[in-house]
Write a protein that binds this ligand. Structure first.
Ligand code: CMC
Length: 430
């Protein structure tokens, strides 16, 4: 029983209410008792964009936005980035603990068993125009998996849930790579379970058709891609994860919920930002022009893409890790001249009062696009890479929600501002 409480006095009635405080929150439903009369509906919390509303209890990802801290299941992101692998982190996020070696081996085996996709899924991809955005293709094909795996609807059966996780984590790189190959007019390259998760993905993307027996990924680039996957694996109740939870709350299979997450991630204010960052850096083009761009941002003409975050009011710890990794990648590939533009942009922004006073720092998307481009990805694939990694977080959050007895179907309230009780006007009288 919470020992802390909040006393509220309703100045309309003079009545006083005591509301328990639990974990730094008051329950919005506790406000409902605050009424002016018997037929008053009761007080509601008004919070457009959920800026100050906790929608769930979660034990998966901790963020301290003021201090720039990110932890998965209690492990700091920099330790995981340095010492772990994406599939090990995926196990941690889904199961709550780091795996033993046999657990990890089994986890990797089960996921690799599900790399392959049903042949008919290829027909869906074939149906898209050559210029279809790969996020649109990914969204549709993940949604289509719902029709391929009708058993997935038994969401309260742990074994079935586990199987869909193997399937989705396994198939995401395949769907992403097939979407890429389709847009290039290349034949699909089937997965190779002997390679690592990132290495297999690279092979499906870039293995040469005809002639190349086996694709051997460059170990530095393979590690960099794996690292980027780790950094994007989860980020608590962001827009796409909340979408997964909201859709999942009506209890469809996870493919429907994850497809919703992909849709949310596609937007330029969320996962689509990395694509926008690269466009912006190209538009600026030269270090000398950075200052002019900053002036445009300050005049409110454009946003500085890759800057700012709803939660981080400090340097996004993922951006710092990516910035470092960019140098490793550029040691193998050629240097991207846009890196100089990005560094100059960051330098000027971080010393400018507009950004300092608003606590606007580089976020995960600021440097990731530069690495993705160096790895050989076209900009349209950037958000797809984000989606491949974030699938792990979406699934873990979805599973956590299903086991949470406090959760119900998500259904916000509204403050109605429209007309009431009007009489229909015939067409001739309008
Ligand atoms: N450039 C210029 N000004 C900005 C920016 C920016 N990138 N971000 C916020 N501001 C200003 C904003 O105009 C506002 O100013 P004022 O107080 O004068 O009205 C102030 O900073 C507070 O911003 P806000 O819009 O209230 O912040 P928010 O929490 O609603 O938005 C955000 C967060 C990430 C949507 C926003 O910072 C943004 O649009 N950033 C650019 C897009 C981007 O990089 N998105 C990736 C986010 S990280 C990856 C992910 O989660 O997907």
């Amino acid at each position: 029983m919470p020992t802390e409480s909040l006393t509220i006095t309703d100045n309309r009635t003079g009545k006083t209410y005591v509301v328990p405080i639990d974990g730094g929150t008051v329950k919005a439903m506790d406000l409902r008792q605050i009424r002016t009369s018997e037929d008053d509906f009761g007080l509601m919390a008004y919070d457009p964009a959920f800026q100050n509303t906790a929608s769930c209890r979660s034990a998966i990802t901790f963020i301290d936005g003021e201090r720039g801290i990110l932890e998965y299941r209690g492990y700091p992101i920099d330790q995981l980035a340095e010492r772990s692998s994406f599939l090990e982190v995926a196990y941690l996020i889904v199961h709550g603990e780091l795996p033993t070696q046999p657990q990890l081996d089994d986890w990797c085996f089960q996921i690799s068993e599900h790399y392959i996709i049903h042949e008919n899924i290829k027909k869906f991809i074939d149906g898209f125009h050559h210029d279809a955005h790969p996020m649109g293709m990914l969204l549709s094909t993940v949604g289509a998996l719902s029709a391929f795996y009708p058993d997935a609807k038994h969401i309260f059966d742990p074994a079935t849930r586990q199987k869909q996780m193997y399937r989705l984590i396994g198939k995401m790189p395949t769907l992403a790579a097939f979407a890429y190959r389709h847009s290039r007019g290349l034949p699909y390259e089937y997965p190779d379970p002997r390679l690592s998760y990132a290495g297999n993905f690279m092979a499906m993307l870039w293995k040469r058709t005809g002639g190349e027996e086996r694709y051997t990924p460059n170990p530095v680039l393979e590690k960099a891609l794996d690292l980027l996957f780790i950094l994007h694996a989860d980020h608590e109740q962001n827009c796409s994860t909340s979408s997964v939870r909201v859709v999942g709350s009506s209890q469809p299979d996870p493919y429907c919920a994850v497809a919703a997450g992909i849709g949310a991630l596609f937007g330029p204010l969320h996962g689509g930002a990395n694509e926008e960052v690269l466009k912006m850096l190209r538009e600026i083009g030269d270090k000398e022009k950075v200052y002019d761009h900053i002036k445009r941002v300050k005049r409110g003409e454009v946003k500085l893409m890759g800057f700012g975050h709803r939660i981080y009011k400090n340097y996004d710890p993922r951006a710092a890790i990516i910035k470092q990794a960019a140098h490793d990648v550029f040691a193998v590939t050629r240097t991207n001249p846009l890196l100089d533009v990005a560094i100059e942009l960051e330098r000027i922004a971080l010393s400018d009062d507009y950004f300092v006073s608003r606590k606007l720092y580089p976020n995960v998307d600021f440097y990731s696009g530069l690495i993705y481009e160096a790895l050989g990805f076209p900009v349209e694939m950037f958000t797809v890479l984000f989606a491949v990694a974030r699938t792990v977080g979406w699934l873990a959050q979805w599973q956590e929600m299903l086991g949470d007895k406090e959760q119900k179907i998500a259904r916000p309230r509204q403050v109605f501002t429209g007309h009431r009780g009007r009489t229909y006007v015939p067409m001739a009288e309008r």
